[in-house]
Design a protein around this ligand. Structure first.
Ligand SMILES: [Fe+2]
Length: 242
């Protein structure tokens, strides 16, 4: 869906408004996290990372990201001034294949961990995946399920998203690899998890639904699945009951 022209202009202006300090935070986060993702991230993320070709030295503008993303998957990124979007507007945008990117960039004191997802998380953590049709097909399962769910079921869906696309792990040639964007963009937690300090359980609906999300600390438990296809099948098992 096209945005009104005035909103487009405002969005572009905001894109241009990042300070040199913010670009420098991006630059430092990118340089520090690159070796971690090369070592620990799943094949899908690394494939998408190569295709999206994010700039290392500055915060990219959304129009340049959309030039790649929309062409490949039909999704597009949209800026928001909201620092942490509520699930209802979030999934309304998802239903239109729009991925919200916050204007907020963490400060220098939060380089290892930020409880609030910032621009680095949204762009570096999520967007390489969003150029892959097999991944956007996974994301497209969530909005229809969420929008028809009861409030209690919505809490379950938020947990399923948290422990898959945000903090999930995936098996790859017998190894555990990082799948979730929250881990991919977190210098502290990706190392904590890959050092074996977080218990990992199989990703099943029953295992995940009873589990509380950790927002202000590292996750106490995480979950692993065999493949994107296996994750989709497991999610469908629950979504079809709604
Ligand atoms: Fe996220």
């Amino acid at each position: 869906m096209a945005l009104p022209r005035t909103e487009n202009v405002a969005l572009r202006k905001r894109d241009l408004a990042f300070s040199e300090q913010q670009h420098k935070v991006w630059r430092d986060l990118y340089a520090r996290q690159l070796p971690n993702v090369q070592k620990f991230a799943c094949r899908e993320y690394l494939d998408g990372f190569e295709l999206l070709d994010l700039p290392a030295d500055r915060i990219p503008q959304l129009n340049e990201l959309n030039a790649v993303i929309t062409l490949r998957t039909g999704w597009r990124t949209v800026r928001t001034v909201v620092r942490y979007s509520d699930a209802v507007p979030w999934y309304h945008h998802f239903a239109k294949r729009q991925f919200l990117i916050t204007d907020y960039m963490r400060g220098r004191h939060e380089m290892d961990f930020t409880p609030e997802p910032d621009m680095f998380h949204d762009i570096f953590g999520h967007l390489p995946f969003m150029v892959l049709p097999q991944y956007t097909a996974l994301q497209e399962l969530f909005a229809p399920a969420f929008l028809r769910a009861t409030p209690r079921q919505r809490e379950n869906i938020k947990r399923l998203a948290w422990f898959s696309t945000e903090f999930g792990l995936i098996r790859e040639n017998g190894e555990s690899k990082i799948f979730g964007a929250g881990l991919i963009s977190s210098f502290g937690e990706i190392q904590h998890v890959m050092a074996g300090k977080t218990p990992i359980r199989p990703f099943t609906i029953e295992n995940v639904i009873g589990f509380e999300k950790a927002i202000y600390t590292f996750n106490e438990v995480l979950f692993i699945f065999d493949s994107i296809k296996a994750l989709k099948m497991e999610l469908a098992r629950y979504f079809e009951t709604l």
